[in-house]
Design a protein around this ligand. Sequence first.
Ligand SMILES: NC(=O)c1ccc[n+]([C@@H]2O[C@H](COP(=O)([O-])OP(=O)(O)OC[C@H]3O[C@@H](n4cnc5c(N)ncnc54)[C@H](OP(=O)(O)O)[C@@H]3O)[C@@H](O)[C@H]2O)c1
Length: 215
Amino acid sequence: MTDQRIGILGSGDVAKALGRGFAKHGREVKLGTRTPEKLRTWSAETEGTVSVGSFSDAASFGDVVVLAVLGAAAEDVLELAGSENVAGKLVLDTTNPLDFSGDGPPGLLFGGTDSSGERVQAALPDAHVVKCFNTVSNAQMVDPEFEGETPPMMICGDDDDAKARTEAILTEFGWPGALDVGPIESSRYLEALVPLWVRIGANLDTWKHAFAVAR
Ligand SMILES: NC(=O)c1ccc[n+]([C@@H]2O[C@H](COP(=O)([O-])OP(=O)(O)OC[C@H]3O[C@@H](n4cnc5c(N)ncnc54)[C@H](OP(=O)(O)O)[C@@H]3O)[C@@H](O)[C@H]2O)c1
């Protein structure tokens, strides 16, 4: 199987959901965090299918590297992971630069003319970054279940082969493929959907929703 080893940078809900999901779909998985000891119990619960190490351990381990950390910390985490450890690799960027500083639902720390996806690609010039999974709940990332039809996952990135490999993963995970919305610059618009996604979820009282294109 290609893309057999998956390194996931992160220890939160997304990292855990994708970690379990990739393992369930037959991959070898390593999660990376600043404090591996905090995931010992969780790792044991995966019955050894998901191992844990540092950010650089996980980055070196993966044929594919998933970035699943707080948006505001993404560039710091990549510094710790080491750009040399992801050179030439597919990097799935799940991050959103959400701004939680206000009283209400989050906004964006930056956007419109910039994005986390572009910053990640700039920090990893030799990697092939694909924005993926950022517009859906962690609970829906693997084997999604919607009341209606499952929409394709919106992705973007600069490398066609990297996007094809991403679509293969999505198909294996139960998505009806990918909706390619263009180069990594389109992360500006995928990330901007997320504050809207949160507001819609709050109004509809659901976190199992996703955007679909009607035509
Ligand atoms: N939650 C969802 O359902 C969902 C859905 C779609 C997209 N996303 C996006 O996916 C990303 C991950 O979300 P999440 O909810 O799983 O986790 P999160 O709470 O946003 O992030 C936790 C991770 O961020 C790292 N981190 C936080 N502050 C840091 C700092 N100052 N320096 C280095 N690392 C730091 C933590 O590192 P340590 O492990 O070292 O503590 C941890 O691995 C976010 O960008 C989010 O917007 C989330």
